[in-house]
Design a protein around this ligand. Structure first.
Ligand SMILES: CC/C=C\C=C\CC(=O)SCCNC(=O)CCNC(=O)[C@H](O)C(C)(C)COP(=O)(O)OP(=O)(O)OC[C@H]1O[C@@H](n2cnc3c(N)ncnc32)[C@H](O)[C@@H]1OP(=O)(O)O
Length: 309
């Protein structure tokens, strides 16, 4: 029979098994699982740095249902993967992405055509759009900073996707298009929400969303969509990986709390943001990372190593 004193005695007598049991209820954090993804290629090129590459180069990395599902799965995994502290996101082949897969969209249209009642068609569409939204949002929900490395075309869903990333770098030849209006739809997986906040101009954001005008890397830098431009794809990837490596060398507690609070502060008042970080830091300022990092700064000693989360 469980009594309070017995439970307390057990807890204090065997802390390791308590931890093991507590950890066993957490979801899986398995890097191997990421290798089975079909539309993404995931690697771990430097300690604590992951490289996620959209990998349908023959289809210009156009987003199919499988890709939306796998993006979600991948970022949910990296969110809780202790071996990951920063992520680079790029596209394989000629373009970063041609947006949603138009062939799949046509097929979906045909399937919907078989359903007569309009509300039943809506019943099919709603969870699908939600899945696609959650897939893009997985980049933002993921606690680890995501650096999008964009080359050549980044169209439609691609813009939704990169505006959910934390940092955007591109090549000189990169170009962008909020193209949804051209296929007769309002963007519905994040561009209308995140893009104006990222570039900080409602006027320009609305112009680009209403017209679907293609814009190049120089304009993308000027408006703040992209923070750094590289000569070519090789230099882009090197620059993005170096940035990821630098971020990954910092305290994961500090970096992840910073991301959480910056995302939270996007749509909360300054006071709510301050309340949030105060509540977080009353715990995190007691972390070993804080002591280690402060000591390293004071002694100007070796770069500190932070233990896994
Ligand atoms: C719930 C909804 C959620 C999200 C919705 C998002 C909406 C969007 O993403 S809107 C944007 C949709 N995308 C497009 O309109 C892009 C269309 N493609 C192009 O503009 C061009 O192909 C290009 C990417 C600029 C590349 O041009 P180019 O290098 O000249 O190649 P092409 O000869 O045009 O294309 C080669 C080959 O690829 C096929 N393809 C290109 N884009 C797509 C796509 N998005 N989906 C499916 N297939 C695509 C193109 O048809 C060609 O196929 P072939 O079989 O070789 O003819």
């Amino acid at each position: 029979m469980y009594t309070v004193s017995r439970v307390v005695k057990n807890l204090t007598a065997n802390p390791a098994s308590i931890l093991t049991r507590a950890m066993s209820v957490l979801p899986k954090r398995n890097t191997e699982e990421l290798k089975t993804l079909k539309t993404l290629s995931v690697s771990n090129p430097k300690p604590y740095v992951f490289h996620v590459q959209l990998n349908r180069p023959d289809k210009y990395n156009a987003f199919t249902k499988q890709m939306w599902l796998e993006v979600k799965e991948c970022f949910e995994n990296l969110h809780i993967n202790p071996d990951c502290r920063a992520i680079v996101l790029s596209g394989a082949g000629k373009h970063f992405t041609a947006g949603i897969d138009l062939t799949s969209m046509m097929m979906l249209g045909q399937e919907l055509g078989e359903v007569e009642d309009v509300s039943r068609k809506g019943y099919v569409m709603e969870p699908l759009i939600k899945l696609y939204q959650d897939s893009v949002s997985a980049l933002e929900v993921c606690q680890k900073p995501v650096i999008a490395a964009v080359h050549s075309a980044c169209i439609g869903a691609g813009v939704d996707f990169i505006t959910a990333a934390d940092i955007r770098y591109s090549t000189k030849d990169a170009w962008f298009q909020v193209k949804e209006v051209d296929i007769g739809m309002a963007a519905d997986v994040g561009s209308l929400q995140r893009f104006p906040k990222v570039i900080g101009s409602q006027s320009l954001a609305r112009e680009l969303c209403f017209t679907g005008r293609k814009f190049l890397s120089d304009e993308a830098v000027k408006c703040g969509l992209v923070s750094r431009v590289f000569e070519n794809q090789e230099e882009l990837l090197q620059g993005a990986l170096e940035l990821a490596e630098l971020i990954a060398s910092k305290s994961p507690i500090a970096v992840q709390a910073t991301k959480n609070n910056m995302v939270y502060s996007l749509d909360h008042t300054n006071q709510e943001g301050l309340d949030n970080i105060r509540n977080v830091n009353k715990l995190y300022l007691q972390s070993e990372d804080f002591l280690t990092a402060v000591a390293a700064q004071l002694t100007k000693g070796e770069k500190p190593n932070f233990s896994k989360l």
